[in-house]
Design a protein around this ligand. Structure first.
Ligand code: ZN
Length: 413
């Protein structure tokens, strides 16, 4: 055979090979992209550097470059994460400054941009939306998820093999939050609604849970002089903000407010005693004093089958002798916004925020409606300042302090 004929055959074979490749791509049988088939390039924009993937594929790279040029209007450096989803889609997430995100889903067979709905079966999108909502409510305080439900913002995604990470940015959250807002939607939660191939993690546990961290700044909020109607409002606010507190109840109010005591008992909050009569212990006879200290415990055991674990003397009034008569840890306070005096939510909130520090115990009273209103303002502000609000027991646990009977504590550090 002549060399020219051999060359002809070779050229024809090569042409057939390329036509096949093209067909495979066009038919969507497979596409040449994998999670490793790109290099990272940097676009040096006026406002910052943008990292982006470069696949050495004319069409795809052109598409990505359009996004990069669009993102170059944003301030600050931009990073990206990507995943090739089920050989069909490129899911790409750009992380901007200030916990903002922008994501795209590109169909690799026709290079069209897709919506998140493309990976779900019919009606799956709705179920996915409900699940996302459920996860948001588990992970964040109400002021965050309420703002997301009630405002327009931007939802971005990274679709991984085992989960979708959903990011929320540009939402008008007040007070403003200095952290990324996102939930991880593991396919264990939504696989029934997926149209794509997925991976189910072994030993999956939902990590969209508001988690306390012993190393974060932590304070205890305490309520005196209740229970009252205001206590109900306060219980709701504590729950909305994923916080807990300690209620120092007055012995002589327990019986007539039994339903409210029970509401506190079934909640995650804890109960202490604030004496029986709310009288200066130093001004009472020995007999009356012993009664005021011990009777609330008897009432609680009889009516509610519990024992209060902490004591708070009315007005913080104590002597060494009285201390020795109290067979429980005595919890005082070091932050007093004087809610009984000011009766103004904004003032009470500011009085706490201006002095608060790690390990403090805050004194409030669950008998004034304005205190209930103040708590609604205060707890979100404490959250965005990085404070966890817990009961006295939890604060002691986090600080590694064993609270002792007859000993008084103003703060726990
Ligand atoms: Zn009091």
């Amino acid at each position: 055979m002549k060399t020219t004929s051999l060359l002809k055959i070779l050229v024809i074979l090569l042409m057939i090979f390329f036509i096949c490749l093209l067909n495979i791509r066009l038919l969507g049988i497979t596409n040449p992209f994998t999670n490793k088939d790109y290099i990272v390039k940097t676009y040096e924009g006026k406002n910052g550097n943008i990292k982006y993937p470069y696949f050495k594929d004319y069409g795809l790279d052109k598409k990505i470059k359009e996004y990069v040029l669009d993102l170059s209007k944003e301030n600050g450096n931009i990073e990206f994460q990507l995943n090739i989803v089920d050989h069909k889609y490129l899911s790409i997430l750009f992380s901007l400054s200030n916990y903002k995100y922008k994501s795209y889903i590109i169909n690799l067979n026709n290079l069209k941009e897709e919506e998140i709905s493309v990976i779900f079966i019919k009606n799956g999108l709705k179920e996915y939306g409900l699940k996302t909502k459920e996860m948001l409510e588990l992970k964040y305080p109400a002021f965050i998820y309420d703002s997301i439900y009630n405002n327009q913002g931007e939802i971005s995604y990274l679709i991984k093999d085992n989960e979708i990470i959903v990011y929320f940015s540009n939402y008008d959250i007040k007070p403003s939050v200095n952290e990324p807002i996102f939930v991880r939607l593991n396919y264990h939660e939504i696989y029934k609604y997926l149209k794509i191939d997925y991976v189910l993690d072994e030993n999956y546990i939902n990590d969209n849970i508001y988690a306390l961290n012993p190393n974060k700044k932590t304070i205890a909020i305490t309520f005196d002089d209740g229970p009252s109607e205001v206590t109900k409002d306060i219980l709701n606010t504590l729950k909305d903000n994923k916080t807990t507190a300690t209620f120092f109840m007055l012995g002589n109010r327990l019986e007539k407010n039994a339903d409210i005591v029970n509401m506190v008992l079934v909640s995650d909050n804890e109960v202490g005693t604030h004496s029986y009569y709310h009288k200066y212990l130093t001004r009472l006879s020995k007999k009356k004093r012993t009664e005021s200290i011990n009777k609330p415990t008897e009432v609680m055991e009889e009516l509610f089958n519990i024992r209060p674990i902490y004591f708070r003397p009315p007005y913080g009034n104590l002597t060494p002798k009285i201390k020795s008569e109290i067979n429980m840890p005595i919890i005082l306070w070091d932050v007093d916004p004087e809610d009984w005096h000011y009766r103004n939510a904004e003032t009470i909130k500011n009085n706490v925020l201006s002095v608060i520090k790690d390990g403090d115990i805050v004194l409030l009273h669950d008998i004034f409606p304005t205190t209930g209103e103040a708590l609604k303002l205060l707890l979100p502000e404490l959250y965005v300042r990085g404070y966890q609000v817990v009961s006295v027991s939890k604060l002691a646990e986090f600080k590694g302090v064993t609270l002792e009977a007859s000993k008084a504590y103003r703060s726990i550090k």
